[in-house]
Ligand binder design. Sequence first.
Ligand code: PEP
Ligand code: MN
Length: 354
Amino acid sequence: MFALLRPDSAAGESRRVRELVQKLGATAQSLQMGTRQVVAWTGGDANRIAEAIAELDSVEQVTGFDSSLPLVEGSLRGDRSAVRVGDVTIGGRELIVIAGPCAVEESARTEEIAHAVGAAGAKMLRGGAFKPRTLPYSFQGLGRRGLEILAETRAVCGLPIVTEALDVETVSEVAEFADMIQVGARNMQNFGLLKKLGQCGRPVLLKRGMAATVDEWLGAAEYLLAGGNPDVVLCERGIRTFTSHARNTLDLGVIDAVRERTHLPVIVDPSHAAGERNRVPALARAAIAAGADGLIVEVHSDPGRALSDGPQALRPQEFAKLMAELRQIAPIVGRTLTAARDGAPETQATGVAT
Ligand code: PEP
Ligand code: MN
C-alpha cells in the first residue's frame, strides 16, 4: 500500500510515517515521486495500518496496489514525467537527440564528434567508457580515463553526458562523472545493479533487454523507482527475432504501448537496432513519427577506425542530414527540435523521402 504525503509536508516527514508503518508490522520504504513524498509498504494488517496512517495530518491519501508496477504505471500521478539531465529535459515537447561514439576514444576524437553533433542539434553526448562486448578480446573501453575524457569534453562542448555502468562496483565512479547513467540491454535484469542505481543520484537510461517483454522491461524500471530513483528514461534498442537483414528488430509499436502504460519518457536507439549505418535514418525517422521522446544515435567522424560499432555509426554529415529530416517530422507529431547552429556539418536538407 501507499501513503501520498501532502505537498507541503516537511522534509523527512516520510520517515516518521514509515516508522509508524513499521511499528505496525509492515515492511516499508520512503520514495520520492516528482516533488511528492510517498511511503510504500507490504505486510501487516492492511486495514489497521491504513486507518492509523490516514489519521496523520501529513497524509493526503492512502491507496492499495492496483497493479504490480505501481510506481512505473503511476497510479498516484496522472501526468507524464519529464526527466531533467543538467539543463536538458527529456519527455517534454522538445525532442531530445543524444549522439556520440559507441565507445569513448582519445580526447581529440571525442571532442571533434561532440562539437559536430552539438552543432547539428544534439542535446547530449553519449560514449561508453566501460563497454559490454560479446568477446573478451574486443576493446573493453578506456575505463576511468574514458570518464575523464567525457568530463573534459563536457567542459568544452557543454553537452551533458550519458555513459554506461556495467556493474555494481563501478556505479559510484561512473556517477562521479556522468550526468546520466546507461543500463545496457545485457544488464536490464541485473537486479543488483538496478538496486544500486536506485540510490546513485543520477538519472538512468534503461535500455530494453534484447529479449525482454514489456512487463520485464517495466519491472526493471520499477526496481529503479522503488529503489528511490524517480528519474528513469526507457530506451527501445531492438529485440532479437529471426530477421537476418538487421542486427536487431526495432519494435516501433512498443513506443505507443509503453507510453500507454507508463508516465516515463521513452526514447529509441536506431543504431543498435540497425547495425548498419545506411539503415539508421529510416528507423530514426520512424521512431519519431511513432511518438518517441527522442533518440540516442551513434556517430563517429572516422567510422572505419572506430574501436566499437563503426559499421553502424553515422558520419557527422549524415547525422546532420538526419537531424534536418527530423525537423520536418517534429511539428507533425506536435514536437520541436533544436535548430542547427553555426559549425554544423554541411548538409543539404532534402525531403524526408530520400
Ligand atoms: C551501446 O549503447 O553502445 C550498447 C552497448 O547498447 P546496448 O546495450 O543496447 O547493446
Ligand atoms: Mn554501441
